[in-house]
Design a protein around this ligand. Sequence first.
Ligand code: CAA
Length: 265
Amino acid sequence: MGTHMPAETTTEKIRTERRGAVALYTIHRPEALNALSDELIAELLQKLEAADKDDAVRVHVLTGGPKVFAAGADIKGMAQATAAEMARKDPLGQWDRFSKLAKPLIAAVNGFALGGGCELAMNADLLIAGEDAVFGQPEILIGVMPGAGGTVRLPRLVGRLRAMELLLTGRRLPARQALEWGLVNAVVPPGQALEEALRLASEIAAQPAEAVRQVKAAVRGNLDKPVLEALANERERFYSLFDTADQKEGMAAFVEKRKPKFTGK
Ligand code: CAA
């Protein structure tokens, strides 16, 4: 091992850590309130995708800073752009890759999750908010609209009318109301969102891995399909799990009235 740090470490905006089977990602760009530059998103995606392929990782947990989860896309980086430049560079195209992650992603949000920050949080499968968390899509206030899923995911989570209210006014949604509207799973005292998200992550990490993967794929993939097509897809996934060791173990343990020992196989 060399004694000097590799040069790229200094430019990293995503800090990663392993906690057992849980991969933790922390957005760290405090000088710009965690504004989501294209490079930052590329780095996050690259790290998520690497861990997604790693059998030792079962769940991803994403968090930001204590006061700001992320203040949105980098306004300074795009303020002077033309429509043609935006379309050619397509900086938000890479965001589609979040939808392709196979393992559950949990977001722990403290403080502001605005614009792209809110859109990033909505990519999570489960969302834990600190009491001081604030969500919103304020793009309308700077002359644009959401471009990374705000008009697509928000209505699916909170309903069309509530989404319209946030999207058309740029109003902010405090954590408690976000819970009431179904944008988050739980609200916890300030500073405890990550702890709660990690607890949830370990609980999910202990479940049979293939069943977890199939649940996520079924929910994510079938949400917009016609019901009969979605049901057929679910059945197919259910049947496929009968070739796993964890299914044999889980059902045997039930019959023998003992706790199952899952191996992830
Ligand atoms: N992009 C770039 N820089 C940002 C930023 C952003 N999204 N948000 C904040 N910053 C910068 C500020 O310009 C400021 O920099 P300077 O110190 O150089 O002046 C620094 O971060 C601190 O910001 P504030 O002084 O504004 O801090 P505050 O505590 O008063 O307010 C805030 C915090 C409410 C989050 C406020 O910064 C804010 O409203 N930010 C912008 C939110 C927003 O409009 N997001 C949507 C972006 S567009 C988008 O996301 C499109 C999409 O769909 C992908």
